[in-house]
Design a protein around this ligand. Structure first.
Ligand SMILES: [Zn+2]
Length: 193
């Protein structure tokens, strides 16, 4: 079973609108020092979206505290960008998942569709299988998943848990919002105890 990603302009615009909501929530919360937040977006050049990617994908929404002496950077969680990864978050999930299952898609085909080379795809597989389960986010959040959720089958098991029903936009929204805590600074750090 393979899950499709609706890779067209309206889907990318939909994800951008969610990022705008997440950014507005962060702006209203203000800086921890109490200062107001000013827009200070990061330039990005995301890959994997194809030709329909809207211009808004040239930056990640971010803020800077206006208080002299603080100037703290606040970058809200995102359903588009997975931390510093160059590829769009949805692509990093989907392509790694397509290499799993009883009849995995061939690397050559995935490279043609999404532009990622073999080494990149292998890195994503290791990322999901070995890195993500070690994060504090995962340890706190995996209890919210369905009973019997298979960590060993990440990220395919995530797609199967979230991509249900008739509305792929909403399904992807649920999945990407679930993962959003790992998209902020420190969100992918591993606790060393
Ligand atoms: Zn501040």
């Amino acid at each position: 079973m393979y899950h499709e990603l609706p890779r067209h302009a309206s889907f990318w615009a939909f994800l951008f609108s969610i990022d705008q909501d997440l950014a507005e929530q962060a702006r209203l919360k203000k800086c921890p020092c109490g200062g107001c937040l000013h827009r200070a977006n990061y330039p990005r050049k995301p890959r994997g979206g194809g030709e329909d990617l809207p211009q808004e994908y040239d930056f990640r929404l971010s803020f800077c505290c206006e208080q002299e002496g603080c100037r703290k950077r606040v970058t809200p969680p995102s359903v588009r960008f997975l931390g510093r990864k160059v590829y769009l978050g949805a692509i990093v999930i989907l392509v790694a998942a397509m290499r799993q299952g009883p009849s995995p898609r061939r690397v050559r085909e995935l490279s043609r569709l999404f532009g990622a080379d073999r080494r990149t795809i292998v890195r994503w597989q290791v990322f999901w299988r070995e890195h993500v389960p070690q994060t504090p986010f995962w340890k706190a959040a995996h209890g919210r998943l369905v009973p019997g959720f298979e960590i060993a089958l990440l990220p395919l098991s995530l797609l199967e848990a979230f991509l249900r029903g008739d509305d792929p936009f909403r399904s992807w929204e649920r999945l990407l919002r679930f993962l959003a805590p790992i998209t902020i600074a420190g969100g992918l750090a591993i606790e060393v105890s």
